[in-house]
Structures are given as structure tokens and as C-alpha cells.
Design a binder for this molecule. Structure first.
Ligand SMILES: O=C(O)CCC(=O)C(=O)O
Length: 280
């Protein structure tokens, strides 16, 4: 499960790699049921919670220890994103310890132990699920920690992803120049979206992949996706890991990943993390 040589090369050159169909049909069914439980729980908590707000016309609601984002259509009560979500269901709490995620992360973070930085569920419902503008995660996280180069992501696709239902897209090689300039002057969130002069749209890769595929991608990779124009869902989880010894992004405690220390693989070359740092 550790990172192979070809993946190590792809990580350094492209900023991402895939592991197709890692989860079985039975596991996917369980993950989808858990996703719907989380959506129902977060949705009903959000409906009754105070403290909602708007940014650039989009609505956000803190509830159940998460931040809920609603879909962008005016007045929509459809959930778009819930972050974090792992604490809302035991299936997802266990996923944080799953060696299929954690073992490669030991290599990508460059540590013998990793913990969770953040986790979100992107629900992208049929016909209504909105797209994600081109962005890097690193400018968003940079103000909250001093190890932004060591926050690799893994996306777990819960549904078959195609262009029509808004598959994940990543700009190959865009991670190499670290944090890129944002779209200043375009609202509050504009600076968090990557300025189009600083990456090559032609280098984008639309990742059409079966459910259960893992996509590992750098915090500096420019990525995004189009709306879901189909009748099929495109649900995905994104978990982000970090070196052990740090609190989560949105929860003020550490969530070690991978079970007890005896389960962690010792002796991890720090080469990948070092190459990520030197390329940014
Ligand atoms: O789910 C997607 O298609 C994009 C996800 C994304 O950009 C993010 O969660 O930062």
C-alpha cells in the first residue's frame, strides 16, 4: 500500500496519482449509506441552527460541529459540502484509520505517523450540484498552519465519475510553483481562486474513474470541477493528512490516523515530502 516508484514520479511531476477501484462494491454501499446519514444529520442540524451567514451570495451554516455549505441556487436547501464530517458517523471515523489511505499518506507527508488535517464530503447532487472554480487548497490553509506543503489530499469517489456528472479535474504540474496569485477584486473569496494567468487550462486532466477510486493530490495542485448536469450523483470524500502532533483545521484537537502506534509502519523515507517542499 506504500507509494510505488511510478506514483512517486507522478507525485513529483504531475502533483497527483490515482489508485482505481480500491473499495469493493460492498464497502462502497456502506460508504454511500453513511454519506446519506451524514447529509441527513447535518441537514437537519443546520435547519435549526443559529449563526448562518452568506459569503459572495453563497450560504454557510455551522451545525453539528461542521460547516455546512448550501447549493448556490437562490433559496436552495440542498447540501453542497459538509466539512468536517468524519465525526458524524462511525463508518467515516473508521475511514480515517483505513490503511489504504493512511499508508500512502505516510509517504506523501514524509512521517512515521500522520494525523487528520481536515475532511469534507462533496455531495454534488444530480442536476443541482454546482461546480468548483479552479483553486489550490494551500492559500486557504496557509493562514492556519505553518506546514502547508505537507497537507496531501485523497479523494474517495463514492460514485462513478464522468464529465457529465462533474468529475474531479486537476491541472497537471500546477503544484510545482507553490501558492499562486488569486483572483483579487472578485469578492471575498476571489483571492482563494487561482488567477487564470498562472496556470495552463490546457493541462487539465478530467479524472473519469469508477467509484472506489482514490485520487491523491497535492495541496498546491490547481483543481476544480464542473456542475453535475446528469441524473446521477457524484459524491466524493476528500481527506487531508498532516504530520502527527497537530490539531485539525476546524476542530481544536489532534486526530491521529492509522490506529495505535504498533499499527504504523516505521522507517519512512522523507523523500516525497522533501521533493514537495523543494518544488514549492
Ligand atoms: O469535488 C470536487 O469536484 C472538487 C473538490 C474541491 O475542489 C475541494 O474540495 O477543494
Amino acid at each position: 500500500m506504500r507509494v510505488r516508484e511510478s506514483e512517486r514520479t507522478a507525485w513529483a511531476e504531475d502533483g497527483f496519482f490515482l489508485r482505481p477501484s480500491v473499495f469493493s462494491a460492498a464497502e462502497l454501499a456502506e460508504l454511500r449509506r453513511a454519506a446519506e446519514r451524514v447529509a441527513a444529520q447535518a441537514g437537519s442540524a443546520a435547519a435549526d441552527a443559529p449563526g448562518g451567514y452568506e459569503v459572495d451570495g453563497n450560504r454557510y451554516q455551522p451545525a453539528a460541529g461542521s460547516l455546512v455549505q448550501y447549493e448556490h441556487a437562490a433559496g436552495s436547501r440542498t447540501l453542497r459540502v459538509v466539512e468536517p464530517f468524519h465525526h458524524l458517523d462511525p463508518v467515516f471515523d473508521a475511514l480515517v484509520d483505513d490503511p489504504r489511505l493512511v499508508q500512502p499518506m505516510l509517504d506523501l507527508v514524509g512521517c512515521e505517523r500522520v494525523s487528520l488535517w481536515t475532511d469534507k464530503i462533496n455531495l454534488k447532487r444530480p442536476r443541482e450540484g454546482s461546480g468548483f472554480d479552479w483553486h489550490q487548497d494551500s492559500p486557504y490553509w496557509n493562514h492556519a498552519c505553518d506546514h502547508v506543503d505537507r497537507l496531501p489530499n485523497v479523494m474517495v469517489s463514492l460514485d462513478d465519475a464522468r464529465a457529465a456528472n462533474g468529475c474531479f479535474r486537476v491541472v497537471r504540474g500546477s503544484h510545482r510553483r507553490g501558492i499562486l496569485p488569486g483572483r483579487d477584486g472578485e469578492g471575498t473569496l476571489g483571492p482563494l481562486f487561482t488567477h487564470p494567468d498562472h496556470f495552463e487550462l490546457a493541462d487539465q486532466v478530467a479524472i473519469e474513474a469508477p467509484a472506489g477510486t482514490l485520487i491523491f493530490f497535492s495541496p498546491h495542485s490547481v483543481h476544480g470541477s464542473e456542475p453535475n448536469r446528469s441524473d446521477e450523483p457524484r459524491r466524493a470524500l476528500v481527506l487531508t493528512f498532516q504530520p502527527a502532533g497537530h490539531e485539525m483545521f476546524k476542530i481544536p484537537r489532534e486526530r491521529l490516523a492509522g490506529g495505535p502506534p504498533w499499527a504504523a509502519q516505521a522507517s519512512r523515507p522523507a523523500a516525497l515530502a522533501n521533493s514537495a517542499r523543494s518544488s514549492s
